[in-house]
Design a binder for this molecule. Sequence first.
Ligand SMILES: [Zn+2]
Ligand SMILES: [Zn+2]
Length: 128
Amino acid sequence: MSKTFDKVCEPKLKINYTYDFGSSTYLELSVMNNYALDVPEKILLLSRNEPLKIMCATCNKKPALNICTVCMYEDYAFYCKTCSKKHAEECEDFNDYAEIPVVNSPRLGTCGYTGGTIDTERDGYYKR
Ligand SMILES: [Zn+2]
Ligand SMILES: [Zn+2]
């Protein structure tokens, strides 16, 4: 624990990381390469995955904007705006507290996570 991350971050290094021990998300990271960058920020986002193409479970025509964090354990509980309103009529939990936005993160649907703030263009749902 006496070395900083930049001193041990070498290609082929594999890291297993558990975020949040209550509602854990398990990440496996691999260092592919090192780059010498001259940037003023201490942390710089170099790359980001595009939002997954998650479509509405009910109509399957529009991208899903919301997930029901209660129904997601038994169903594919992703809904577009219109179908979110329909689901709210039949699911008291969704209407009350279980509706959260679809976000571009491994934390989607976990512990009320509603998205990041670094790359707001890609933090949200899939856009055609
Ligand atoms: Zn829909
Ligand atoms: Zn529901």
